[in-house]
Design a protein. Sequence first.
Length: 634
Amino acid sequence: MWSYNFVVPNLILLGTFLVFYLLEPHLPISKNRSFLRLVLTEIFVLILDLVSVKCLDNFAAYPVNLHLTLNVLYFIAFLFRIAFFFHFTVVLFCTRYKKSPKIMLITYSVFLICVGFAVANLSVPTLFVIDSSGYHKWKFYNLIYICSYFYILLIFILLFAHRRELKKQALICATVYNLILLAGYIVRQLFSRYLIMDFFCMMAIVIIYLSFENSAYYIETKTGAFNLLSLEALLKESKKVHSLILGITICDYEGMREIYSGSKLDIGISLIADFLKKNYSRLSVFYINNGRFVLVGNTDNYSVELIKEEIKNRFNYPWQQEQTDMELFLGVRFVEVDKELHSSDSTILLQGLLSAFNLLNNALDSDMQISDETLKMIERNTEVKRIVRNAVETKKVEMFLQPLISAKTNRVTGAEALARVRNANGEIMPPGIFIPVAEKNGYINLLGEQMFERACEFVSTHDMEALGLSCINVNLSPVQFLQNDLCTKFSEILKKYNVDADKIHLEITEEAMIDYALLQKQIQIMKNTGFKFVLDDFGSGYSNVTRLKHYPFINIKVDMEVVWDYFKTHEAILPALVKAFKNMGFTVTAEGIENKEMAEGMKSLGCDYLQGFYFSSPIPAEEFAQKYSGNAGK
């Protein structure tokens, strides 16, 4: 007597589960299609399992050919279930494996061979035989277990091979549901007359759903639209060219939140999402926060220009909620992706979209078009980020030194430490490229700290008097200057190398002077420890002469652009500035000196120090030490 007590409850639960799953919104991606195939196949297996066993329980009541057909169909469905569980894992994790048709054909050949044996059973006994006495296993019956164990083993091999690419939670979940399947196959082989295998498959499907298919992970709760994670998944899914990728953003979103309040604007965002979902039902609607939407689709039923016009027209009227008298008057702008770029690298494309949205904040009345040049710029920035991260994390940031020349003696009296990073070819990257990236991505703090330590190490290991150096200037980024524990960190480094604080002068730019209170507090704390400060690049930012008297700077470095401009126009502004600085008790350094005329000119204006390529470009620290050894005696 066959036991099918587990089949009916599983079938009811799986059917109910399928109904609810189909009612949820889903992205048109392979993962979702693979999961749906898996569920439908499991339902088909359950039905065939139930029907074939019922018929066998009443063997004599049904013709032999019906028994034969039902059992062949069952084994074919059983094998398809094995293949679909395997395929789901491949689609979910192993994209490189999936892209190799040759490997995939070899892999699925085991499945095809087993299906061939199942189909052949219609003519000759292979897996089972049905005679007058009933149903019996036959010579090749264990092929279904060979097929099962083969794909389970292959899944574990693939998971192990891709373990570094997978998130820990995803790897654990995939391992668990495949172990459950393995347990199910073992139980079925040991207790084949009990239809419990379907229970294990049901458990595996539930784990897959909760871990990878739950729509709650992909839906933005405020709007009911898909979220940023969903957009990333859709763009990453395949290289299919979407006929439409259109970004939509609310003008001055932060300002609108202040005007209308956050709660009211959230209601407006929800109304906009409803409008987009209703009017463009064949497109996927994404909300990626801060008033930004993206429409993506593979349909030719919509014209991008028509969509933009319709949305603009709708924004000409207020967004109103029927239950309240709330009215929101909002503006809208667009980010359009060129069609030929839709199949570009998904990460670069998504970064391009997000960057374009950010740039729109500074463009009051214009839309943006993401072109090939935009993506190339994003790709270059991504490469720079990688290089900077690697250099900082492996402490391969190099210290170059550029001499500071005394205007009175024409000798080296100090040096400025400058960070240098090399690309994959060993070439020095311009600081104007990697410094902004380091500031934006949080690496500037470590980079600056490493440069300070390199400068301290140089002072401790070289004879500063023999080099003619009174100090080394180290640059502080405005971002780095915001650290509350900056003084503590730098003091510990000074102690480590037994270096006096007055041997390292800290250069800060005018940009750091925006927050007056913070600058005063930080400088005062560090001044009390013995640090001395230099104002770098005066004339390039926000400071003015009258404010400078409130800061304990010992030196003002005039920006090279100001110096160059003076020699073009010979206006009286720079001489007046230098005179004012001198009267206030500051020493003055002129940057960007490129020839003798400029050196003599800045000296005649009263500048104390000169710096520029006329004297030397920045050179590696050890090369600097060799070049200027014995400088004090010259």
